[in-house]
Design a protein around this ligand. Structure first.
Ligand SMILES: Cc1cc2nc3c(=O)[nH]c(=O)nc-3n(C[C@H](O)[C@H](O)[C@H](O)COP(=O)(O)OP(=O)(O)OC[C@H]3O[C@@H](n4cnc5c(N)ncnc54)[C@H](O)[C@@H]3O)c2cc1C
Length: 495
């Protein structure tokens, strides 16, 4: 019999499995998809030799996580290597205007100064605040919540930062991205550089809590640039899965769990392909909490889709895009397009009421600018993450190609795109959910909401069912690559 069974082989599950297997536990992971990794996957979906990240692409958060600090050398020994991409991110307002951020502070400030000297001074001050606060923020997002250690860390932060800076950081947990960017910057370009960041977590510019992602993304980009795995995001999944199986962990792909077995209020195991598989110690679900409730039989009826979702367009390109605003933008890790506050507001308002936005936010990733292994010699790839797509009332299978045509046509004002495209593959929000059912539930939670999520009944990843634990993007510290929930739960089970 297994000690622990894990539902889903996303990166959080693999991290949990590694720590548990290393401690001598008999662990089995059952995964719906044909390969492990969940929202970490790379495949040749356009033409042979063009490697595309199907979901996540930028790993700056994972590379700074406690899981990577603990496992980094072993993952590197199994093929994971990070490349630094500079500028880390940028924004384009039109054919001429834009802004970008790189890890060279002088270069960043000089460029910001061309928009506004006051804006350059404002970013220098915000970045200094980020540098002083990040040791505390990093610890807070890496420790079990709630805990005495959290109270101690907050006290230390108060003593070190002083009242004014402590309150300033505290406010960013509640202020909106629009408030934060408008308070600090007068130029449209600088506002549009920061304001789209909370949209990566499906938050609109006027949603509370959006200020923190602006400061964190800006600060991390300023400190480290963008980090992408050589060969594709999937290299992380491959390295984690290899380490896990090297430690004796069992991994069963294309074997979805159809039920979590519960007797007398306690999780006993899972049902896979009509078979009952028992776990002596624990069942861990990495599926989103709504899906976990279904697997338990606690939620019935058709699953409600979230109001908005994401579409990903993969392009195989015959060469890099010559963005009108200048050569610097060709190298940036991410470019935000259609990212000024009013355009974002309109896009979210439309999408939330079931209408297709005319100019949705596009996060344009261009990893082949730094990683030659992503495409044949001289060729390139592009990853277009199109946010704020309406989910309800849209026949996505019928409409996805026409929607992609419209989105790309709307981007031609930033640079000549269509003439560069050799092939493309469009993954609608529904396609993403078919590949990873965990994406079909609640909209990923912003950081501050995930703090609340960690309170009862999911205190430290427990659930009302004894022996059943919940990890993943729906739990603290929220969506994004970090492996933290998997690591913290494994540590708890091993105590
Ligand atoms: C399009 C997109 C782009 C993103 N870009 C970034 C980025 O650039 N950087 C970043 O840091 N984050 C990014 N994210 C967020 C990040 O990828 C996710 O938050 C993270 O990968 C979630 O990991 P997880 O381990 O919690 O769960 P998941 O990766 O979602 O894994 C859950 C697993 O459970 C499996 N599953 C579901 N149901 C069952 C079942 N019944 N039986 C068995 N298995 C099941 C799924 O197939 C999946 O493999 C992005 C997300 C998306 C969707």
């Amino acid at each position: 019999m297994h000690d622990v069974i894990i539902v889903g082989a996303g990166h959080n599950s693999l991290v949990a499995g590694i720590f548990l297997a290393r401690a001598g536990m008999k662990v089995a992971i059952y995964e719906h998809a044909a390969t492990p990794g969940g929202a970490v996957a790379t495949e040749e979906v356009t033409l042979p030799g063009f490697r595309h990240d199907l979901f996540s692409a930028g790993h700056v958060r994972f590379a700074g996580s406690p899981a990577y600090a603990a496992l980094g050398p072993e993952l590197e020994a199994r093929g994971l290597r990070y490349l630094v991409q500079e500028p880390s991110f940028g924004t384009l307002l039109d054919a001429r205007r834009g802004a970008w951020i790189s890890s060279n502070l002088d270069e960043t400030l000089a460029q910001f100064g061309r928009h506004s000297a006051a804006d350059a001074r404002a970013w220098a001050a915000q970045y200094a605040l980020f540098r002083r606060a990040i040791p505390f923020l990093g610890r807070l997002f890496s420790m079990p919540q709630p805990s005495f250690a959290t109270a101690r860390t907050l006290w230390q932060a108060w003593r070190t930062l002083g009242r004014r800076e402590f309150m300033e950081i505290g406010k960013s947990f509640f202020a909106t991205a629009h408030e934060w960017s408008a308070r600090h910057f007068e130029s449209e370009a600088l506002r549009a550089l920061f304001v789209p960041w909370p949209c990566h977590g499906d938050m609109a510019p006027d949603d509370a809590g959006g200020a923190l992602p602006c400061l964190l993304a800006g600060g991390l980009g300023q400190t480290r640039g963008q980090l992408v795995p050589e060969g594709g995001s999937g290299r992380l999944a491959e390295a984690l899965a290899k380490l896990y199986t090297d430690l004796g962990g069992e991994l069963h792909c294309a074997q979805p769990v159809t039920r979590i077995l519960r007797r007398n209020g306690r999780a006993q195991g899972v049902e896979v392909d009509g078979r009952d598989i028992e776990a002596r110690r624990a069942v861990i679900a990495s599926t989103h909490p709504g899906l976990t409730a279904r697997l338990l039989g606690d939620a019935t009826g058709p699953a409600a889709l979230p109001a908005i979702g994401t579409m990903v367009i993969h392009l195989a390109l015959e060469g890099p895009i010559a963005w009108h605003a200048g050569e610097h933008y060709q190298r940036a890790g991410y470019l935000h397009l259609n990212a000024d506050t009013d355009t974002l507001r309109l896009a979210y308002a439309n999408a939330l009421s079931g209408r297709m936005p005319e100019a949705p936010l596009v996060v344009w990733g261009q990893p082949s600018a730094v990683d030659a292994t992503r495409a044949p010699a001289g060729r390139h790839t592009a990853w277009l993450m199109v946010r704020a797509m309406p989910m309800r009332g849209i026949d996505w299978d019928a409409q996805k190609e026409a929607t992609a045509d419209r989105v790309i046509a709307g981007l031609e004002r930033y640079g000549p795109i269509r003439q560069r495209v050799l092939a493309r593959t469009v993954c609608s929000p529904l396609d993403l959910i078919r590949r990873n059912p965990s994406l079909g539930g609640v909209v990923p939670l912003p950081l501050h909401a995930s703090l609340v999520r960690s309170l009862p009944p999911r205190l430290r990843y427990t659930t009302p069912t004894r022996g059943l634990y919940q990890i993943g993007a729906g739990t603290f510290p929220g969506p994004g690559l970090s492996g933290t929930s998997g690591m913290l739960l494994a540590q708890r089970l091993l105590r």
